[in-house]
Design a protein around this ligand. Structure first.
Ligand SMILES: Nc1ncnc2c1ncn2[C@@H]1O[C@H](COP(=O)(O)OP(=O)(O)OP(=O)(O)O)[C@@H](O)[C@H]1O
Ligand SMILES: O=C(O)C1=C[C@@H](O)[C@@H](O)[C@H](O)C1
Ligand SMILES: [Mg+2]
Length: 174
């Protein structure tokens, strides 16, 4: 993503909500740049998010995420997709109040299908369905509380979701 200024839209939601997939499509439709904070962290650190979790621990990842999100919210134009757990940080939540936050909502069955059973994500170790349910239960109120626009994604194609967000953004000025 290039250019300074606040992002046009910030996508939030749990793992498998489609933030990266839909965010990229949305940016194409809007004709703006796209960035994803997981990808920014991977570029900066030179290693995969999962490896940061395993080798350095979740707390270290969350600290990197906090600074990366804050910088991106200030500097990146276009569409910005956040990691699923970025909203757990209170300072990040405060920063998001000034932005057009889009919550991609996904149900449990669909989220489990999308994250896959063999991904080896550290946060999903054990019973994948039970862990995804726990994350959804804990985080859905946070996502919903931050959102200016909420879009259901179950059973819908990413392109259709992106088109709905374009329409919703037209009626929502910061
Ligand atoms: N609307 C959709 N319908 C079907 N599959 C989808 C949809 N959106 C995303 N997917 C698929 O689900 C998987 C997860 O999508 P994606 O990586 O975009 O999610 P995410 O919200 O960015 O997750 P994370 O928080 O882990 O980064 C991908 O394989 C993607 O192709
Ligand atoms: O939901 C989460 O806590 C996470 C989601 C991903 O985007 C990554 O940021 C990481 O796997 C943690
Ligand atoms: Mg993603």
């Amino acid at each position: 993503m290039t250019g300074a200024g606040a992002p046009r839209a910030v996508l939030i939601g749990t793992m498998g909500a489609g933030k990266t997939t839909v965010g990229r499509l949305l940016a194409e439709r809007l004709g703006v740049g796209f960035a994803d904070t997981d990808e920014l962290i991977e570029e900066q650190q030179g290693k995969a998010v999962q490896d940061i979790f395993v080798e350095d621990g979740e707390a270290a990842f969350r600290a990197l995420e906090r600074t990366t999100v804050a910088r991106a919210l200030e500097e990146q134009a276009g569409v910005l997709s956040l990691g699923g757990g970025a909203v757990l940080d209170p300072s990040t939540r405060s920063l998001l109040a000034a932005h057009q936050v889009v919550f991609l909502r996904v149900g449990l069955a669909e989220a489990v299908k999308r994250v896959g059973l063999g991904t080896g994500r550290p946060l999903l170790l054990g019973n994948v369905r039970a862990r995804v349910k726990q994350l959804l239960d804990e985080r859905t109120p946070i996502y919903a509380g931050l959102a200016r626009i909420t879009v259901d994604t179950d059973g819908r194609e990413p392109a259709e979701i992106a088109a709905e967000i374009v329409t919703a953004l037209q009626g929502d000025t910061p």
